[in-house]
Design a protein around this ligand. Structure first.
Ligand code: GLA
Length: 402
């Protein structure tokens, strides 16, 4: 008979081996595409294949985007009555999920799916509650690489327990899967989710609105600036392997070019997951150039994984700083107002201190070279002040290198 102590030792080491497979999966914020923001439940194999192809041909893959994630609406309305398994909707996905995952993988990309901790998903498809281990095994058998796990129809279940159960189920199924928690910040996941998953939504659903709220009665969507406003106080909880997720991108979904640039810049500054949500098959040059700006993406993907902080907020002009590796920095001047703004930022008279990373930017003692990440031009150094005009809802983003 196995002794109790040996059994627990065995359990401990198995869990450790499983967990190791999940560490290192998201050392920088995950990058990819998700179907929800543009297509809601109107998804299909043909659409996804088209998106996969354009991810490669447009340069998105080269820029670092890798996950293709199907959101709500990929299943039939019922589980298989015999096995209890989830079933891919045969009308939308005639060749099933394994074949689609194979297609995604054949292009050098990764494949993600969506489900929900409740009895049904937000759009009414079968949820995972009570089927965590079975669903995790199914995803592993389909070679899924990423799971977004929502929070609708969860009654009053405990969120830490529900997400931990799914996390353990995925680890037990054994395939390394990025686990994306989507409980909208309801139970402050930044305080407990780092050992459970790789990213957690911090807020309700985003909309293609620069600022304000879209009220749908029973639920609301938030504009880009509203979301930005709730990130500054939780930056200490994010870092390599565990990220605050202010929701998927609305770049290319109806914002102006300036607003697209601002939205993308702030997601890069906040070390947010960069999950595009547009119809990439139809994106214009401006949207493509924004989403594939490699120098901006390098700020997002910086190995330190430190989120930006708000340094100044005056007359609708905010200044955000993000510490980067090799003693570099990124700074974003963000004009939230409806008029253009002149800036004249005298580096010699500013001392920027980040109490979290204990980094200081002092241009009196160190001279930094400046690079404008949208103009893609060197613009002098910190011996002189930076002067610029920033259009309404636009940004100036500079990288400071020693
Ligand atoms: C919730 C999530 C969204 C999306 C939908 C799908 O609202 O927050 O991101 O996944 O459900 O129904």
């Amino acid at each position: 008979m196995i002794k109790r102590s040996s059994f627990f030792l065995f359990l401990f080491f198995s869990c450790k081996i499983y967990s190791q497979k999940f560490e290192g999966l998201a050392l920088t914020p995950p990058m990819g595409w998700n179907s929800w923001n543009t297509f809601q439940t109107n998804i299909s194999e043909e659409l996804v294949k088209g998106i996969v192809d354009v991810m490669v041909s447009s340069g998105m893959k080269d820029a670092g985007y890798s996950y293709i994630v199907l959101d709500d609406g990929w299943m039939t309305m019922e589980r298989d009555p015999k096995t209890g398994d989830l079933v891919a909707d045969p009308k939308k996905f005639p060749h099933g999920m394994k074949a689609l995952a194979d297609y995604v993988h054949s292009k050098g990309l990764k494949f993600g799916l969506y489900n929900c901790a409740g009895t049904t998903t937000c759009a009414g498809y079968p949820g995972t509650r009570g089927y965590e281990y079975q669903d995790a095994r199914l995803y592993a058998s389909w070679d899924v690489d990423y799971l977004k796990f929502d929070w609708c129809n969860t009654d009053r279940i405990n969120s830490i327990e529900a997400y931990t159960t799914m996390s353990t189920a995925l680890k037990t199924a054994g395939r390394p899967i990025v686990f994306s928690l989507c409980e909208w910040g309801t139970n402050k996941p930044w305080q407990w989710a780092a050992p459970v998953g790789h990213l957690w939504r911090t807020t309700g659903d985003i909309s293609n609105l620069f600022d304000g709220i879209l009220d749908h009665g029973s639920w609301q969507q938030q504009g880009i600036m509203r979301i930005v406003d709730s990130q500054d106080t939780i930056r200490q909880y994010a870092g390599p392997g565990h990220w605050n997720d202010p929701d998927m991108l609305e770049v290319g979904n109806g914002l102006t070019a300036a607003e697209n640039r601002t939205h993308f810049s702030m997601w890069c500054m906040l070390a947010a997951p960069l999950i595009a949500g547009n119809d990439m098959r139809k994106m214009d040059e401006s949207t493509k150039n924004i989403l594939t700006n490699k120098e901006m993406i390098a700020v997002n993907q910086d190995a330190l994984g430190i989120e930006a902080f708000k340094y100044r907020d005056r007359d609708s002009l905010q200044i955000w700083f993000k510490p980067l590796k090799n003693d570099a920095w990124a700074v974003c001047f963000l004009n939230r107002g409806s008029q253009s703004k002149q800036i004249d930022f005298d580096w010699q008279n500013e001392t920027v201190n980040d109490t979290l990373s204990k980094r200081e930017l002092n241009a009196k003692t160190t001279t930094y070279k400046l690079r404008d990440l949208w103009l893609k031009k060197d613009t002098g150094d910190t011996k002189k002040s930076s002067k610029a005009t920033i259009a309404s809802h636009d940004v100036l983003v500079l990288r400071l290198n020693k």
